[in-house]
Write a protein that binds this ligand. Structure first.
Ligand SMILES: Cc1ncc(COP(=O)(O)O)c(C=O)c1O
Length: 411
């Protein structure tokens, strides 16, 4: 066996070195490790495999696209047909009014695109200096330059030196804290508020009643762009096509990735309202948004997205999430009766089981495969549950029992 050289994401290497969990194949809501052990994928990998693993129809569509044209770049006037068609479909699907669509290679790319566009928009309309970017405490917006700076998880900035300036966090659930911060900085200095409708990686925190509607109002009142990061919630995770539909929101920009392809290929998107697009799209404008990626609108990834969206529709998987939500909530909430579980937070097919010690949560996640499933310990000691949408009621009941067993055995 050659020495392992793979550097794991966000890992303490001496801990994971020699203890790698190597996943070899997947089908539906299950994955198999390299030893042939079948495991229930209780997190849909990293909250993305919504249609389940092993979809041959996506593989076939991608192969067909690559045989025809692997991709073609979209700089200047160039475009490929797959990107053109997917952009139209996303614009139609979105609750926004015919947004313009910028395609990227994933969530962090989308966040950085949205952050740059927010600042660039204000500059283009003559409001230079309106460049503060605000986010919620505990939020996660990826790990590129802007995302690392925006994120509400402090440890992600440790040891990096100066990160992007003019970024700040506000209290996660109190709309008043956002308004206070905007007033303190001056509304003419604040470009945008980035908002995960459900804080995900920070511990699965659904919004407090009325929170999202209130922050949207505050942004409108002070002319601050309202950017909703639907990287986790987009494409059905809350039982609605977008959390913006569930909570009746009308954002200026929407940030998407993960469920767009269910992870079959990397792809992200930023949906841009006509207002924000206007300075760059109007006849006679002098402005361009000088941003783009080699793989913006990658044709094979767009082909994967098209079939993924077809599957969501044909199998009514978003309705399935809505129908399973009460059972999922009831089954996992019952774990709050365990002495070490202080709280269980649920929405759609998303849940965070709060364990009272982060080290114990880590240990539970490490031992979960011995009980037939995989989960993940989020910072702060939350166990993540976000199964693929093809999960059945019986599997949810089984999962809750298996989680109870591993927690009981270790506490
Ligand atoms: C809300 C949110 N935004 C952005 C990202 C970054 O996405 P990616 O890891 O695809 O770059 C994530 C990833 O988990 C996320 O949860």
């Amino acid at each position: 066996m050659p020495a392992a050289v793979y550097w794991h994401s966000q890992a303490h290497m001496p801990t994971v070195h020699g203890a790698e969990v190597v996943i070899d194949r997947g089908e539906g809501a299950y994955i198999w490790d390299a030893d042939g052990r079948r495991l229930f994928d209780a997190t849909a990998s990293l909250w993305y495999c919504n249609v389940g693993h092993g979809r041959a129809e996506i593989a076939n569509a991608v192969a067909e696209q690559i045989r025809r044209l692997e991709t073609y770049h979209t700089f200047g006037p160039f475009l490929n047909a797959a990107a053109r068609d997917l952009a139209i479909r996303l614009s139609d699907l979105s609750p926004m009014d015919e947004p313009r669509v910028f395609l990227t290679s994933g969530g962090s790319d989308s966040v950085d695109t949205a952050a740059k566009l927010a600042r660039r928009y204000w500059s283009a309309i003559g409001s230079d200096g309106k460049d503060w970017l605000l986010t919620r405490d505990g939020s996660y917006h990826g790990l590129h330059g802007f995302g690392t700076s925006l994120t509400g998880i402090e440890m992600n900035r440790e040891g990096l030196g100066p990160v992007v300036a003019q970024t700040a966090r506000v209290s996660m659930q109190e709309p008043g804290a956002l308004e206070d911060r905007i007033l303190e900085l001056g509304p003419d200095k604040v470009a945008a508020f980035f908002c995960e409708p459900v804080v995900g990686t920070g511990g699965v925190f659904p919004p407090a009643d009325g929170y999202l509607e209130a922050v949207q109002e505050i942004c409108r009142a002070h002319d601050v762009l309202f950017i909703v990061d639907e990287v986790i919630t987009g494409f059905g995770r809350t039982g609605y096509p977008f959390a913006c539909i569930r909570f009746d929101l009308d954002p200026d920009l929407m940030v998407l990735a993960k469920g767009l392809t269910s992870g079959y290929l990397p792809l992200g998107a930023v949906l841009v309202s006509q207002r924000v697009a206007a300075p760059f799209w109007e006849e006679g404008t002098a402005h361009s948004f000088r941003h783009g990626l080699t793989y913006s609108g990658h044709a094979a990834a767009c082909a994967a997205a098209e079939v993924n969206l077809d599957i969501l529709e044909a199998e009514h998987l978003i309705d399935a999430v809505a129908n399973l939500e009460p059972l999922f909530r009831d089954e996992l909430s019952a774990l709050a009766g365990l002495p070490v579980v202080s709280e269980v937070r649920c929405i759609g097919l998303l849940a965070g089981v709060q364990v009272d010690r982060p080290e114990l949560a880590q240990e539970i996640a490490l031992r979960a495969p011995d009980y037939g499933f995989v989960t993940r310990a989020l910072p702060g000691g939350t166990l993540q549950f976000s199964p693929p949408f093809v999960v059945t009621a019986d599997e949810i009941r089984w999962l809750a029992e298996a989680v109870r067993d591993v927690i009981s055995a270790l506490s």
